[in-house]
Design a binder for this molecule. Structure first.
Ligand SMILES: Nc1ncnc2c1ncn2[C@@H]1O[C@H](COP(=O)(O)OP(=O)(O)OP(=O)(O)O)[C@@H](O)[C@H]1O
Ligand SMILES: Nc1ccn([C@H]2C[C@H](O)[C@@H](COP(=O)(O)O)O2)c(=O)n1
Length: 230
């Protein structure tokens, strides 16, 4: 039997790294839906469409030639055959992505693709047998896959999330680095929260608070939820 694990949470809560580790541990595929919004943003900047033109942006995203790798050890993201896995993590994308992710027509398009990717991995009707998947983002537990076998909201305090991101981007979590990270974490969450809810667990979703857990402990806590629920 295949397993679908859905994990949501705010920026810096550890969704991506923890989901990848959980997928590796369980031998499941891994779907990073945030990377899909980032790839859509990369594409819009690449094609030169004005991000404020919601209709044109949605039309561009419907044409997006995106291929999502689902190997948790190397989840490559390619657009039109170009590997953009590294570029979509650049600050210019992090600063712009909420404009694209809050476009409701873009969300409709990417949610269709996300559901298809999850169905492919779970071996749903019309798809070849899959191995199951860990899918993570902001609305996977609530909108994209509310029927997932296991649903987790991964949280952490603002302080912990800012420190983690500062360490990632600046190599230190001193006061200056944390301040420089605020926009990428808190402003982005505030903008994204206008269209999706990822701070409070919906009914049936288990909260894992990683504020006082290290990475390994957090992975173990999520694996424990899977073991208890699946
Ligand atoms: N429990 C933890 N303790 C300490 N560091 C952690 C923990 N979980 C994740 N990290 C580290 O925090 C950083 C941010 O994690 P990650 O990128 O997975 O977060 P995210 O929720 O996917 O963020 P975003 O939504 O902004 O992409 C990474 O360097 C990761 O290794
Ligand atoms: N299911 C999702 C996944 C992501 N987003 C938005 C929110 C972020 O600003 C952006 C990039 O996500 P990240 O790579 O930082 O996890 O995409 C969303 O709205 N819904």
């Amino acid at each position: 039997m295949t397993l679908v694990v859905a994990i949501d949470g705010p920026s810096g809560s550890g969704k991506s790294s923890v989901s990848r580790a959980v997928a590796r541990e369980l031998g499941l595929a891994y779907l990073d839906t945030g990377a899909m919004y980032r790839a859509a943003t990369w594409w819009c900047l690449h094609t030169g469409v004005a991000l404020d033109d919601a209709v044109a942006v949605a039309a561009e995203v419907r044409r997006l030639p995106l291929a999502m790798g689902v190997d948790p050890s190397a989840p490559a993201v390619t657009v039109g055959g170009t590997d953009v896995s590294a570029e979509i993590r650049e600050t210019r994308i992090s600063e712009a992505v909420s404009k694209v992710a809050t476009n409701l027509d873009v969300r409709e398009e990417l949610r269709l693709r996300q559901r298809a990717a999850i169905d492919a991995e779970r071996g749903a009707d019309g798809f070849a047998g899959g191995r199951g998947v860990v899918a993570e983002g902001r609305d996977i537990t609530t909108v994209v896959a509310p029927d997932a076998d296991v649903r987790v909201l991964l949280t952490a305090s603002e302080e912990a999330r800012l420190a983690r991101r500062a360490l990632d981007v600046h190599g230190t979590a001193d006061a200056t680095a944390v301040e420089a990270t605020r926009d990428q974490v808190l402003r982005r969450d505030a903008d994204d929260s206008t269209v999706v809810q990822f701070h409070v667990a919906a009914d049936g979703v288990v909260t894992v608070d990683s504020s006082h857990l290290d990475f390994e402990q957090t992975v173990r806590a999520v694996l424990d939820v899977v073991a208890a629920r699946a």
